[in-house]
Design a binder for this molecule. Structure first.
Ligand SMILES: C[S@@+](CC[C@H](N)C(=O)[O-])C[C@H]1O[C@@H](n2cnc3c(N)ncnc32)[C@H](O)[C@@H]1O
Length: 258
């Protein structure tokens, strides 16, 4: 598909991520070099989260919005067969360099996670850490994840905590999330921050549940991440003190009905 045929938000997010990819190189390098998966902006270890299915060996995995593809690298080292798809050539350039550096190959595709050029029912696990989960339209990528999964396959995604998205100020200059709700919960979907060129997507809890169920998913869990008191993050839109009181990040787990 040529760039001009991409949906408007996908075109804009490609330009956005190509521009900021350089800021994600160090994080990609650090995570590729680590054997223990850790999640989200607080880097909470997998042993404290339980995001991944217990059995990964031999599983076909699609990472939707893989960025520098360290999640796929962690899964490949656990015996899974990952395929990463990402919308940003610049992010994939870093991913390919890190594949060579770590001598760990798996397919990486340039494309939109809302329209993946792969057959139905070809994966056991679809995963996204702040990839499609945040930057693609859920009314397009959730049906696509369902199409790609085999019956009984799992969907796992991590994104911003919804309460946090209600409480962060419009611009970074106004500081981190406070205890005041600044925008309506009802009708949340597409969101554009005034000081960013990117387009994000956030849904209310009822909307997530209805969307997942309408696409043949059974909801297994909603894990609300809580950092340790001494946790640090490179991001300035939320503090550890806030995130100890309310969830700054959430993980949805769902299973495709058999
Ligand atoms: C924050 S990164 C996620 C990767 C990694 N887990 C991380 O946290 O750095 C977001 C990624 O989503 C990708 N992305 C945004 N929209 C996408 C879409 N429609 N399809 C596939 N990838 C997309 C961006 O290009 C970017 O590489």
């Amino acid at each position: 598909m040529s760039e001009s045929e991409l949906p408007e938000h996908v075109r804009r997010n490609r330009a956005h991520w190509d521009e900021i990819a350089v800021e994600y190189v160090a994080n990609g390098e650090r995570n590729w070099a680590s054997d223990e998966p850790s999640w989200g902006i607080w880097g909470i270890p997998e042993r404290d989260v339980g995001l991944l299915p217990a059995e990964l060996a031999g599983k076909d995995v699609i990472e939707l919005g893989c960025g520098t593809a360290y999640v796929s690298a962690w899964l490949a080292r656990r015996g899974a067969r990952p395929v990463g798809i990402d919308n940003s050539p610049a992010q994939l350039e870093t991913a390919r360099r890190l594949q060579r550096q770590h001598d760990l190959g798996f397919p990486l595709l340039l494309g939109n996670a809302e329209e993946v050029p792969l057959p139905d029912a070809s994966f056991d696990l679809a995963i996204s850490e702040y990839g499609a989960a945040l930057w693609a339209d859920p009314y397009r990528w959730i049906p696509e994840a369902s199409r790609l999964l085999r019956p009984g396959g799992e969907l796992v995604f991590l994104t911003n905590g919804l309460i946090c998205m209600l409480c962060v100020p419009d611009t970074e200059a106004e500081g981190p999330a406070t205890d005041r709700m600044r925008r309506p919960y009802f009708g949340m979907h597409r969101n554009e921050w005034p000081d960013s060129d990117g387009v994000e997507f956030h849904l209310g809890y009822g909307d997530w549940i209805r969307l997942l169920r309408a696409n043949d998913f059974e909801v297994l869990d909603l894990i609300e991440l809580r950092p340790q008191p001494d946790a640090v993050t490179a991001y300035d839109w939320v503090t550890a003190e806030w995130a100890r009181r309310w969830p700054s990040e959430e993980i949805w787990k769902a299973r495709k009905r058999g």
